[in-house]
Structure formats: C-alpha cells, structure tokens
Design a protein around this ligand. Sequence first.
Ligand code: T1G
Length: 702
Amino acid sequence: MSESPVVRLEKDGDVGVIIVNYPPVNALGPGVSEGIIESLNKANADPSIKAMVLMGDGRSFIAGADIRGFGTGRKRLAIGERTYDVMDASPKPVVAAIHGYALGGGLENAMGCHYRIAVPSAKVGLPEVLIGILPGGGGTQRLPRLAGVKTALEMITSGRHVPAPEAAKLGILDEVLPEGANLREAAVAYARKIADVRPLPRVRDKTATAEPGVFDAIRKSIARKARNQKAPYNCIAAVEASCTLPFDEGIRREAELFAELETADEAKALRYAFFAEREVAKLPDLPSVVAPADFTDPAVIGAGTMGGGIAMSFADFGYDVKIMDATQEALDRGMERIRNNYATSVKRGSLAQDEMERRLARIHPVAGYEDIADCDVIVEAVFERMDVKKPIFAKLDEVMKPGAFLFSNTSALDMDELASVTKRPEYVAGTHFFSPANVMKLLEVVRPSKASPETLLTAMAMGRRIGKISAMAGNTDGFVANRSRAPFNSEMVILLEEGCLPEQVDKVMVDFGYPMGPFAVGDLAGLDIGAEGRKRRAAANPNYRKLPIADKLVEMGRYGQKTSAGWYRYEKGDRTPHPDPEVAAIIKSVAAEMGVPQKTFTDAEILQRLLFSSVNEACRILEEGKAYRASDVDVMWLHGFGFPRYRGGLMYWADGIGVKNVYAQIASWHQQYGERWAPSKLLRELAESGTPFREAKPAPFV
Ligand code: T1G
C-alpha cells in the first residue's frame, strides 16, 4: 500500500480507501494532494480494486488548502495535474466520505469525486471569500453544476458552512448516513454498490444554467457588505464563467480570477485576521497542564438588555440557563425583551419559529438566590455601579456551591475590587460582553490578580462554547477594548471643536469600511451612557480632557435615537440619521466659547486623528502587560467595534502605514495639542527599531 506520511491507501476487500492524515484539520498541506494522486493512481492500477473511498483521519475530512502556504510562492500543481483532474480521468468511481468539515479545497476534492456521502454532523462549504480569495480548485465551476447557480452564488459569496442534511437537499451530497453509522463501513458498502455503475457521474459533465439577472441581483445584494473588496466580485465572475464557458475554459478563467486575489492586500489582511482569531485563544503564561472546567448549569443575574442578551447566547448554543432579577416585574420585562428579540429574528427569516420556541424554553426566569445555588457558573449583568455589584457578589459567594465561577459583565470596573468581597477570589473573573450580547462575537475576559488559571481558562472556554471569540484583557480601567477605543471617542468630538461636523467624520469612517459612523453609533447606543463614564473619569482625574460639546447635547436631553435627536435628527419611527443644523450651531457656539481656532480637514487627517490615538493607547496597554499581543487588540477591534475585516485590524492597518510614520505623526500632534498626544514608550521604541506593531514584544501579562 502507498505509505506517505500524510496520505495512505488501504484495502477493504475490493475497495481502496484513501485516507488523509494531516492534523489538525487535514488541510491540503505539503504532500497531501500529491499523496491523494499517488493513491488514486495505485488504486486504478490495481485490478483487485473496483472502487475507491476518499476520507480523512481524525476529526475531519479535508478543511481546505493550507492557508499558511498562501502568499509564500508555494509550489502548486498545474491545471490538468491536480487531484480533481486525476479523479475526472479515473476509470473507477471515487466516493467522498465526509465527517467534520469539507471546506474549500476539501469540498472541491469531494466534488471531483463521483459520489459524496456524509455523517449528519458534517459541514461543507467554500469559505475562500472569507480570506479574500475564491475557490481555486474548480469549486466555482463544479458547485453551480451540482447545486445550481443560485445556491453556488449564495454559498461562495457568503462562505457559509452548510450542514450535511441541507447539503443533501441542495444536491451537493448523495446521501447523509443515519446517526451513529460507521462512516468507513458505510462508505465501503456504498462504493461496492456503485462500483459497476457507468457512465461514471462526473460533476464536470453536468451543465450550469443561470436564471436571467441572477448575477446582477447578487452583485446588488452583496454591495454593502462587499464594499471596497474585490474577492466577492471575482467569485461572482468565476461562477458566471461556469455558465458561459466550456468546463476546462471555465477552470482557466477561475485560475485567472484567483491569481488576481491571492497576493492582494485584502487577502493578506483577511488571512492575518483568520490566524489572529486563533492566536487569541492562546494564554502562553498559564500552565499548559491546566484545563478549563466544564459547566452545564449557567445563570445570569440581571434581566436587562445585557443580561437578556447573555442568557440568549447560552440558549442559542443549547444551554439551559437561569435568569434572575431583583423583582418579578424586572424579570417579566426581561423575558418580554428576549421574546421580542427572537421574534424579530423570526420575522427577518434568520430564525425558524420552532427554533425560537426551543431557545426560549431553555431560558428559565427564577425568583431568588436559592434557585441558582447549584449553578456552576454565574454571569452578573446588573447596573454598572460598584455599589450595586458588590452586595450581589457577596451574596453569590454566600449561596453558591463551592467551585462555582462568578463572572461579571462589567465593562470597566475594577475586577480586583469586586473579587475582594468574596471568599473565593480565585473563582472570579470579568466576562465583558459587547452589546447586543447575543449578536456581538467578542467576549473580553478580564483577569483579576487572584483568578486561578482554571478560572481564566474556563471563562475563555465558556465564550467559545457560546459562539464568542474570547480575548484576554488585563484589569485596567476600560480593560483593553474600551480603553484602546477611549481616545478615539474623545478625538472624534475634539475634531468638532476644530471645525469638523459629525456627518463629515462619519462619512470618512464609513468610506474606510465601518458599517456605521461613530457619531451614528453614539446615537444608537445613547449619548447619556457615555456621559456617565466621562463624569466618573473627570471626578477621578482632574486632568481629564472634558468634551463640552458632547456634554452640552446630553444636558439638552439629546440622547440620540431614543430621543429622536442626538448628534443627528431622527424622524419618528425612522432610524436614518439626518444632519441637524441645530447641532452645527451648538458646535460653532461651544467652539467659539472655547476659543478653538477653526480649520478644514482632509479625510486622511480625520481618519488618522481617530485611529492613531487608539494605536498609541494600544501600545500603552501592551507595554503595561495588559494584553498578550497586538493581534489580540486587532481581534477586539474586529469583533467589538466593527473595524473592517479586510483591513486586518487596528494594529495591522497601522503597520500598513508604517510604525515610523505613525510615530512621527503622533510626535507632531504632541507638539501641537499637548499631553494627550504624548507618544507611548513602546511606540517610540518600535519606531526607533523599525519593529512592526505585530511583532511588538509586550510586557509579561499582569
Ligand atoms: N490551513 C492551515 N491551518 C488551518 C486551516 C487551513 N485551512 N484551517 C484550520 N487551521 C488551523 C488553525 O489555524 C488552528 O491552528 C487549527 O487548524 C485548528 O483550527 C484551493 C484556495 C476547519 C472550521 O478557509 O474554518 O481551500 O491555532 O481552531 O474551531 O479553493 O479551522 O491550532 O495552530 O479553527 O475546530 C479554505 C479554514 C482554505 C477553512 C475548524 N478553508 N478553517 O475550526 O479549529 S482556501 C478554510 C476553518 C482553499 C481552495 C482554496 C476552521 C475549521 P492552531 P480551528 P475549529
């Protein structure tokens, strides 16, 4: 049998079983495709083998090309000599037997096979667009032929993973095995069953036909999400070729469109984001022998907007979760809000009614502490005041069983202070969700000084188990995400003092790729919320830079959408922000009172004033040892603030400008504006050594 370290051929009677073994996810790493080809050729040359099965060892089928190889000039097999081509030419049938994932090149290999079967839990997809490229192994030519053009366009431009039962309905899979079936046995039996069926059903022999207007329709439907990006449109062009060109020409067209993308900035940034999101889970200074604790019985304290969203996050991922509030009336209000949130998703078509009922049934309102005494993890999400949270933590400590974890959703309060009111500080950590908690993926895990490694690992794992991306933050005011964002929030208002208007700043940030401008976001969140934080910081720090314009709006009761007026004006029942001459007048008069010289701004200066101020603060956070790595800050900005993913993240984007250039500009603003622009020590050191932000060596985590 062919023995290659990553692919082997075994025989089950008259069926050759080709097994890929390239952990952890059977990516098409070095030698894998060559090993599959070698095994296919050996099996075809072996008269005792009538059919073949292609499957993966370990946890998955094939999860796609080895992303680490992109942009490295790695050797690639030529068109006509790839696995898909050898399968097309194979005189014997090949059955793809899928478990785990068949993604990208994995699904493309499966579509090169003659048949595809899967276990029910398997998922298939062509997620290449999510890393700024397109299916380059025939996926744009075979999927339209297998599942239809419309389905192919939706799957390829969204990159979504399709569960096996749905994939079978779409025509991508020939069979989904019953729960518990043995995949290899079933696949060998299937191969034996079809071994003599001729002609061999090659996907390339089918035709793809498009309904009129389908391509323009999808271009329109992706326009907002695909702004400033090329990959989604190249995906569409490649699928279009599957309808207009013969198969082999379509393959060549796909390769041309792929080549335009692989080394583009968009793909480099998206690959960076992909790996940054995996790196963020690694806590290098915790003992590797410690594992996260399992939990089965969570509870949320506080049924407000955040508490309700957190409870939904648990329910969405299959956990029964208790939710508690001080009064029955607050609890009823909270449950009503949860029901309405789910109903909105059902109305939008993103959630089935029966699934909504199942999730609602997992959320159990409870009256008192005695009802949660046996829970193994608590997330507190009550009012953001220490004098409200402390008694709750003291009470939880009293009633909760030993070993239960006490987490707080606080967005900025001192976690050491909160832990100090319990007798179990080693079981206390911050788990800062972002609003809306059931939607936003970022979970900032805040590390108090006495938290045990198990507690920290459990908080990180809890986030992942409810669909979040967990990122570790040091216990500093604003932790990492909000602290790095704070200068941005000040600078945007200071720009107004100097002559900018909210709509001008918002346009720059939306053109940069944000879904919404920061002033519109402020109106959405509520300007009164920010005012609370500013008041607290001004009381604690006499040098705190006040924002009179923002304070003035709040004094006038202009809280944003909820009062139909904030930075913008809103028509009744309409959330569209309209520039408001009254705000322009307020800005003008406050700026005049402050005696700020007025000027005009280029878009670039507006963008850099906001983002460089946060880059500088992120460097301070790293030099204080409050974050593990610059790429963790990027993950937080991608998933906490909607930073455009195709730009990689705040620090990755700054590296594109160059650490020396960022430093020089900040140093110049330091001269012009004073201390708030003082360059951080780490920034200066990185500029002096020419070290990119991404390679910054932060201080040990404290
Ligand atoms: N290449 C290289 N490494 C990969 C990888 C890949 N495709 N997929 C995962 N890894 C690493 C990952 O970095 C992590 O490493 C470990 O595996 C576990 O991953 C020709 C051109 C499969 C759904 O885009 O979506 O095919 O941190 O933590 O949560 O047309 O990994 O342990 O060192 O994510 O269970 C298309 C990308 C490629 C799939 C599993 N395929 N991967 O999720 O584990 S382009 C993809 C995923 C392509 C063809 C084109 C997920 C997963 P480390 P993980 P998971």
